[in-house]
Structure formats: C-alpha cells, structure tokens
Design a protein around this ligand. Structure first.
Ligand code: SF4
Length: 399
C-alpha cells in the first residue's frame, strides 16, 4: 500500500462510527492502577515533554500495559496504523577489530579463528547476491580493522555506487567514522567529506550502547566515549547527513543510565534534527564475556520500546528490530510504540554470532504478514522514509 493510501485508510478509520481511538484531546480509554502514571498520562495527552523522573517512573511501573497504552497513543497520533519496513541488505566487510568490547560476539583479533576480511570484489559480490528482491538500502558496518585504510572503505562505497546507483548506502557507525579519521590522521569533518564524496548517503545508529561512563568503561572501554559519539553525530548532521541512533540495553545498566541515554539523544535531536529513527537493541550475551548475564525478557523488550516512544518526542520513528527482538516480540511492539520493523536484512551476522536464533533474513511478504496481522498497514519505505512503489520488476521512490 502506498503511503498516501495508508494515511487515507487511517483517516477513514478515525472517522468510523464506533471507533473509540482518539487522536486529540483526553482519550477516554486510559486506565491504570499505578497512580504515578496519572500525571505522566496528563502530560502525554497535553503533548508536553516528559522529564527524567517521568522516564524513571515509566521504567519502574508494574503496569506495563498502561505504559504501552500511552506509547501506542503517541504512535497512533504520529503515524496512525502505518508501519514501515524496507528491503535492505547487510554487508559486514570485516569482523577484525582492535577493540575487545565485552558486549560483542562479532569482533575477532586479526588472525584469530573465525576472523575474516572481504576483498573489495567479495564485498561487491555479497551486495549483488542479496539484490534479487531489489534492495533499496545497503547497511554497512564492521569491525575496527587495524590495517584497512580509509581508502579501502572509500573504494568499497564507490564500487557499490557504480554497480548499484539506485541503492542508498547507509554506512559506518560513529565509532567506525571516528576510528577511520584517527587512522587517516584527518578530522572527523574531513573524513565525513570523503565518505560523502565517495557515495555514503547516511549513517546507521550503532556504537552508541549506553553513554554513561560507568557502563561504557565496563562493556566497551576501547570505543570512543559517549560525548565523542554524540559529537560525531552532531558533525554528521550539521553536514546534512541523516543518521539513526541506538541504545544497547539489558546488561549492566540501570534505569538511570537508560534515561540519561535517551535524554542525551533527545537534546541532540533538538539541536540538529538529524536523527531519523531510534532503535533499542536488546543485549544478546551468548558468546560474549558477559555470557553469565540473562537474556532480556519479552516484557523488558516491549517496555523499552514504549519508554523510548514516550521520552523521544522529537524522534519521528521507533524501530522494533525484529532480528534482535524476534519477529513475535517485534510484532507485539507495533502495539507498544514502534512504527517500523526494519527490513528484509539478508544475512545478519552481528547478533547471530551472539546467539540470535532468528532467521538471517525475511521476505517482503513475511514482513507484510507480520504487520497486517498486528492490525497495522505496511508501507515499504526507503532509508529516508519515502514510500516505495513496486511493479513486477522495478520500484520507484516517492520524493
Ligand atoms: S562492538 Fe564493534 S568495536 Fe566493539 S569489539 Fe565488536 S566490532 Fe569491535
């Protein structure tokens, strides 16, 4: 369904007699047995910004259905039933990494068993092998390789643009960009300029993890710190790049760390407006040095989606990344604040090295079924949230 058709459908549903959903005013359907949620609900209905204390109350509340109700209210106010997905392909050019983040099951030291680095031809062939469903996006992230120069990554991107000129290239986390800049002895801005000239269109949101120093010094002490991540994103946005933002939850962080993380992203978004989507990432401990920690539960996952939707009032989209959450939880999340399911992905490596048991890819048809069965309206998007219209053998993007 096109975006216009989906929005028309949403409007017609809003005006249907007997439809109790309201998009303005004080909705009558809200009920909670947690009195601390009442003033938060009043703010949500008045479209007022929530505070750090509100965020902590949302995390602490036992009435997770009421928290989800509020998040769903905001989600429907913003998007109606529209739920986005895209047709993308992941490319992880190398898993060799100088950092040894305790959160990670993907990175390997050079020469270790299981380490790999794609030659350029191999990376381009990998891109082509997932092209059969007419992907609109390549999502490219990898390890911090000690030897690969910036020029290798510029060639990689140039080669992809030559071969697949219509495909949007969303490449390199803020952590990778800062690392490449340091290796090339360039400023972040100079590095971003080179990436832009080579054909990078936007950035993914990875590497943010949790910004607070206490947590970061334990789970990823060799990475750039939280302030550097935010500063790199700030520079990218000021140069006109759009990016996503993530948060890795479910390890050693407290609710205070999560709230701090979300509010720092919200503050930067106020400043730049450059973030498109927030993606809460559930920690997968298997095959990491933190494998003694339990995996997140379904309630933790859907609460995280809901709190994100409520605190990040200036983010257009909240993504339920089905690869990490499982398709079943991601589908439920579409009723708890999420409006995006990510994409077909094709060959996800990073979370599968950490024990994810989800499929490594999904077809457009399967994604649409998940969304439709959740009572939502699937809309295929490109990376920048333009609706994609397909015919048998081609697609066009509404701009
Ligand atoms: S999380 Fe990223 S930076 Fe850290 S070890 Fe893994 S690949 Fe390297």
């Amino acid at each position: 369904m096109s975006l216009e058709a989906a929005l028309r459908y949403h409007q017609s549903m809003q005006s249907t007699v007997g439809n109790t959903r309201q998009t303005t005013g004080h909705p009558s359907g809200f009920r909670t047995y947690d009195s601390r949620l009442e003033p938060i609900a009043a703010k949500v209905f008045a479209q007022e910004r929530l505070s750090a204390d509100d965020g902590l109350a949302l995390y602490a509340s036992r009435d997770v259905l009421a928290v989800g109700w509020l998040a769903n209210h905001v989600r429907e106010r913003m998007h109606g039933d529209v739920t986005y997905f895209n047709v993308n392909r992941h490319i992880n050019p190398t898993n060799v990494c100088v950092a040894a983040c305790k959160l990670c099951a993907f990175g390997r030291k050079k020469g270790d068993a299981g380490s790999y680095t794609m030659a350029l031809d191999e990376a381009w062939a990998t891109a082509a092998s997932g092209y059969t469903e007419a992907v609109t996006e390549f999502h490219i992230v990898g390890g911090l390789h000690p030897d690969l120069p910036l020029e290798f990554f510029l060639d990689l991107v140039r080669g992809l643009k030559e071969r697949f000129p219509k495909v949007h290239i969303k490449a390199f986390t803020m952590v990778e960009i800062a690392f490449l800049a340091k290796r090339a002895k360039l400023t972040i801005k100079q590095t971003l300029e080179k990436l832009r000239d080579a054909g990078v269109d936007s950035m993914p949101g990875g590497g943010a993890e949790i910004f607070t120093h206490r947590v970061r010094s334990i789970i990823c002490d060799h990475k750039i710190d939280g302030e550097e991540w935010l500063e790199t994103a700030r520079l990218a946005h000021k140069m006109g790049f759009r990016s996503n933002a993530t948060m890795l939850y479910g390890h050693i962080e407290y609710d205070e760390d999560r709230v701090d993380h979300l509010l720092k992203l919200r503050a930067l978004q106020d400043e730049t407006g450059g973030f498109q989507t927030f993606i809460p990432l559930a920690f997968h401990p298997e095959n990491t040095p933190l494998d003694h920690l339990p995996v997140t539960t379904g309630l933790t996952d859907i609460r995280q989606i809901a709190v994100s939707r409520l605190l990040l009032d200036n983010f257009a989209h909240i993504k339920a990344y089905w690869q990490m959450l499982t398709p079943k939880i991601a589908q439920i999340a579409l009723r708890f604040g999420a409006d995006d399911l990510d994409g077909t992905v094709i060959e996800e490596k990073i979370y599968h090295d950490a024990g994810a048991t989800t499929p490594q890819g999904m077809t457009r048809k399967e994604l649409c079924r998940l969304i439709t069965e959740a009572g939502r309206v699937p809309v295929e998007r490109d990376t920048l949230y333009h609706a994609v219209t397909r015919t048998e053998d081609s697609f066009t993007v509404a701009v």
